[in-house]
Design a protein around this ligand. Structure first.
Ligand code: SP5
Ligand code: ZN
Length: 370
């Protein structure tokens, strides 16, 4: 399977993040993508190629122009201030409760402001979207990776893999969030719809609900969104991802959320996956975009599922079993020692190649795949 990768992601890398106020070592780091690339190269069956430049039009088909401008400008603007910082992160957000009681007209008159801090809060969901000098270039490259992967499949490949970083599925039309800046999968799905005139399905198997992808296609009947994820009752993004969110208008019935409990194991997961795949099979379309996350892995530092490396092979096999061409795009997954083995297993499964795990000393975790 052909793999699309850009080294531009290396210029977006942070050391710490905060979780509920606690400063912890950052999870979404450059090493993630390098681990996956190394494992795929070691396999020998995954030729890696660079993305082609697609410009901003496909991004603007999905995102507000102001958001794109903000991601491009904000780091430079934050340098004007006297405080030295490793990155720009929002601390003040315009929660809708701030405007309680104001008329819709009065709320509509509220604006972005000119300060970098105000802008970061205006466009941000949370504190997990650190902007640095290389962030815009990395986010643009991740989109080019996704679009180039889609191009390969549009040109006839049965499946292709885009090693996107930063990830994308928490980014909504007018909002960055959850380590995500531009929604790589949504941009690719929209480009595929425009290129083919056919409906597209998105299968999101990241541990977290893809609130951004859901938001972007909420009223769209031609893009089916199916997501398996941790129940938002206990996990980020908390406020979206429930089973009763099924889309509205033309998109009514084209959004399927499958929240899952803590401890979800291989068998429970595969049963839910089959349900999701059956829903996709019931709709028209020849291409499936997969938002692929490995934060469902048993050892993931921010997840609470119990999946094994072996089950990713089976997941890839079942996704390919739909008989649609696959545009597979990387989202999350934070247990670095097993990321390469997990990606390799999934992609080999999708290609119909045997699992054949690599020796644990190479890419597994502590001699085990759990
Ligand atoms: C793309 C992606 O996977 N984004 C995830 C963003 C998650 N950010 C919130 C992390 C909350 C971590 N909760 C920690 C529980 C530790 N037991
Ligand atoms: Zn995730």
């Amino acid at each position: 399977m052909r793999v699309v990768y850009s080294p531009a992601h290396l210029a977006h890398d942070v050391v710490t993040e905060t979780v509920m106020g606690a400063v912890i070592p950052a999870n979404e780091v450059a090493e993630r993508a390098e681990r996956i690339r190394a494992a795929l190269e070691a396999d020998g069956g995954f030729p890696v190629e660079p993305p082609t430049e697609h410009g901003t039009d496909p991004i603007l088909a999905v995102h507000d122009a102001g958001l794109v401008r903000f991601v491009e400008e904000a780091w430079r603007e934050s340098r004007i201030q006297a405080i030295a910082r490793p990155n720009l992160t929002a601390d003040t957000f315009p929660t809708f409760r701030m405007f309680e009681g104001m008329s819709p007209e009065a709320v509509a008159a509220i604006a972005e402001t000119r300060s970098a801090g105000g802008r970061a809060g205006w466009w941000g969901l949370d504190t997990a979207n650190p902007l640095q000098a290389g962030t815009y270039g990395a986010a643009r490259a991740a989109v080019d990776v996704a679009l180039t992967t889609a191009d390969l499949v549009l040109a006839g490949e049965r499946a292709a893999y885009g090693l996107c970083r930063p990830p994308g599925h928490h980014a909504a039309r007018s909002m960055i969030g959850g380590y995500c800046f531009f929604n790589n999968a949504a941009i690719a799905a929209e480009a595929i719809v425009r290129a083919t005139g056919q409906p597209v399905a998105i299968l999101d198997v990241d541990y977290h609900h893809g609130n951004g992808t859901q938001q972007i296609f909420w009223r769209r009947g031609d893009v089916l969104y199916v997501s398996l994820h941790a129940d938002p009752e206990r996990q980020f993004p908390y406020f979206l991802g429930r089973a009763n969110e099924t889309g509205e208008g033309e998109g009514s019935g084209a959004n399927l959320n499958m929240p899952l409990p803590a401890g979800t194991d291989d068998d429970t997961y595969l049963a839910a996956l089959d349900r999701g795949l059956a829903a996709i099979a019931d709709t028209p379309g020849e291409i499936l975009v997969v938002s692929l996350g490995f934060d469902t892995y048993g050892h993931d530092p921010i997840g609470d599922f119990a999946l094994t490396t072996a089950v990713y092979h089976e997941c890839g096999r079942r996704a390919a079993g739909l008989g649609r061409r696959l545009v597979v795009l990387q989202e999350g997954g934070y247990y670095r020692p097993a990321l390469g083995a997990n990606a390799r297993a999934w992609l080999r499964g999708a290609e119909g190649r045997p699992y054949e795990p690599l020796p644990a000393s190479g890419f597994g975790a502590n001699g085990s795949d759990r």
